[in-house]
Design a protein around this ligand. Structure first.
Ligand SMILES: O=C(O)CCC(=O)C(=O)O
Ligand SMILES: [Fe+2]
Length: 185
């Protein structure tokens, strides 16, 4: 990433050696455009559901074991993940959209009866620097806590993190933030 300045690189690289960021990864360039286009098509085929109360965002839920296992195939094998749960959802934040600080819940996979350990956010749209929409990881699960890392959405880049790391989605301005969210172990 030699063509980006330091401030922009800071939003693409998880700082090393920060205890609160153990296990948080922001991975780039793993998902080829042809696969992303297929995921876009799946999104368009999935109906929108109302958002929950802690967020301002449209959601589309799908259960797609084939798509889940293809997401897994694109993650580096050495990370050791074995399974992406088939329950997936698209999140689409309109201008002003956001999600408040929270930790993610563990989900039991109903095929394997194994609990998920990590969440992933695969960004389907890029948000330019300075336009909001970062996924921020915080030292504690409250909105006043220190922000340890803010990942700027880049199409095809994926955040993977342990469910228990507090995080939020910053307010989106005029650039829509669109992502595929799922759970894995
Ligand atoms: O949109 C984001 O940046 C975070 C989404 C999130 O935390 C979630 O769906 O659990
Ligand atoms: Fe979350």
């Amino acid at each position: 990433m030699s063509d980006v300045n330091d401030g922009e690189r800071d939003q693409l690289t998880v700082p090393a050696g920060v205890a609160g960021l153990d296990g948080v990864m922001y991975l780039h360039g793993l998902f080829p455009e042809a696969f992303l286009a297929e995921i876009d098509a799946a999104r368009e085929d999935t109906p929108v559901t109302l958002a929950s109360s802690n967020m301002y965002c449209d959601r589309r839920f799908l259960r797609d074991a084939a798509l889940a296992s293809r997401v897994l195939e694109h993650l580096p094998r050495e990370l050791g993940f074995k399974h992406v749960l088939s329950d997936l959802r698209f999140l689409e934040y309109p201008p002003g959209g956001h999600i408040l600080t929270h930790v993610d819940g563990v989900r039991r996979d109903d095929e394997t009866n194994v609990d998920s350990t990590n969440s992933f956010l695969l960004f389907m749209a890029s948000v330019p620097p300075g336009e909001g929409g970062e996924t921020e990881f915080l030292a504690e699960a409250n909105d006043d806590a220190e922000v340890l890392f803010g990942g700027r959405p880049v199409r095809g880049s994926v955040l993977v993190f342990p469910h228990g790391v507090p995080h939020r989605g910053q307010f989106v301005s005029s650039h829509a933030k669109v992502l595929l969210r799922g759970d894995l172990y």
